[in-house]
Design a protein around this ligand. Structure first.
Ligand SMILES: NC(=O)c1ccc[n+]([C@@H]2O[C@H](COP(=O)([O-])OP(=O)(O)OC[C@H]3O[C@@H](n4cnc5c(N)ncnc54)[C@H](O)[C@@H]3O)[C@@H](O)[C@H]2O)c1
Ligand SMILES: [Zn+2]
Ligand SMILES: [Zn+2]
Length: 368
């Protein structure tokens, strides 16, 4: 079939929206009609050429929500009409990691996904016979996508697409960092560094876990106000004195749980230093630049602080994204403030500009 898609032709160039070919789903694959897709930093990171593992041409986008249009052979868990959220982090339910509750890092299709292929080593998107690679296994800046069944979460049809798509990446990452990775205990104190999609999700996750005190740290007063709306009890301007201020707020000890959601290694260090002696757990969700390292004084660890990393919030996507969506539908999470701009597919490059200007939390491409 023919469809419109935003193609990255050259690194550093604007995406080119055009007609491309999409082939039928093969065994274990699903054709999804996309209705909404968030514009994320990872898309821009690849488009800019900064990501050394990037490739062109490719259709970017990985925060999609839509409806199953057709299924290929051997697909058992999805049928036409199902509402789905795309998962760059799949869940095969069979590999050694999927069978272990300690991790969500499914091993099934990693290698081919990193090369821009579907699991069988080929792609479904092409143009005049030329292969166009799949991005993060998703390629959702498009009217349709073909994805593996194991990389789609079936969610309630009651969730509006523009909200459902937020669960495909940053929101689930933040929520999961607090709910899964840190498993915040009721009554505890938390400090969240960064109030973008991930940090705001972490604030909401701390609140849902019953934290008593949630300090949110950011450089932007507007973003801190959004954090208050998600349950932050204290707002703090980021920078040099942030660790001291958090220590002061917590009787000199530091927070029971800290979260880093900026991608800045200096802030990661602050998040470790702001964690409580004895049992403080620092969860790192931000993605640092290539080659950057985290500088930590070992004494902080000897005296009981721990550091954990969190990819996609430790969320096993097919099992847990539907549960998170249900919690949103039950009124536990307010997603309206996160959708800052609604744009058409043709305006995808404007979505990048808005993100670079830190204008709003998410621009969502409407495809229906
Ligand atoms: N682990 C994962 O699976 C995963 C998934 C999605 C995103 N991420 C990463 O999480 C990070 C956050 O993503 P996002 O979409 O929320 O980004 P974002 O850019 O929207 O938010 C980052 C926030 O950090 C703030 N900030 C910058 N410097 C600061 C400082 N010194 N102190 C306090 N706050 C500061 C910014 O003002 C901004 O509000 C990124 O590194 C992103 O790549 C990780
Ligand atoms: Zn993303
Ligand atoms: Zn697996």
């Amino acid at each position: 079939m023919r469809m419109r898609a935003a193609v990255l032709e050259e690194f550093g160039e604007p995406l080119a929206v055009q007609e491309v070919e999409l082939a039928e789903p093969r065994a274990g694959e699903v054709l999804v009609r996309l209705h909404a897709c968030g514009v994320c930093h990872t898309d821009l990171y690849t488009a800019s050429g900064a990501d050394p593992s990037g490739y062109v041409p490719t259709v970017l986008g990985h925060e999609g929500a839509g409806v199953v249009e057709a299924v290929g052979p051997d697909v058992g868990s999805l049928a036409p009409g199902d509402h789905v959220v795309t998962l760059f982090s799949p869940q095969c339910r069979e590999c050694v990691h999927c069978l272990d509750e300690r991790t969500n890092l499914c091993l099934a299709i990693r290698e081919e996904q990193n090369k821009g292929h579907l699991p069988d080593g080929t792609t479904r998107i092409s143009r005049d016979g030329e292969e166009i690679r799949s991005f993060m296994g998703c390629s959702t800046f498009a009217e349709y996508t073909v994805m593996p069944e194991i990389a789609l979460a079936k969610v309630s049809p009651e969730a509006p697409f523009e909200h459902a798509c937020l669960f495909a990446c940053g929101l689930s990452t933040g929520l999961g960092a607090a709910i899964n990775t840190a498993a915040v205990q009721p009554g505890s104190s938390c400090a969240v560094f960064g109030a973008g999609m991930v940090g705001l999700g972490a604030v909401a996750g701390c609140r849902l876990r019953g934290a008593e005190r949630i300090v949110c740290v950011d450089l932007s007063p507007q973003r801190l106000e959004l954090a208050r709306g998600q349950g932050a009890t204290d707002l703090l301007e980021g920078g040099e004195g942030a660790v001291e201020r958090i220590l002061e707020m917590t009787g000199g000890f530091g927070a029971d749980y800290t979260f880093e959601a900026t991608g800045n290694v200096a802030v990661m260090r602050q998040a470790v230093e702001a964690a409580r002696m004895g049992w403080g757990l620092c969860t790192v969700a931000g993605v640092a630049g290539r080659g950057e390292t985290l500088d930590v004084v070992p004494r902080l660890l000897i005296t009981g602080r721990r550091i954990a990393g969190s990819s996609f919030g430790g969320v096993k996507g097919r099992d847990q994204v539907p549960v998170l969506v249900d919690r949103y539908l039950a009124g536990e999470i307010d997603l309206d403030p996160f959708v800052s701009h609604r744009i058409g597919l043709d305006e995808v490059n404007r979505g990048f500009e808005l993100m670079e200007a830190q204008d709003g939390i998410r621009s969502v491409i409407e495809l229906s």
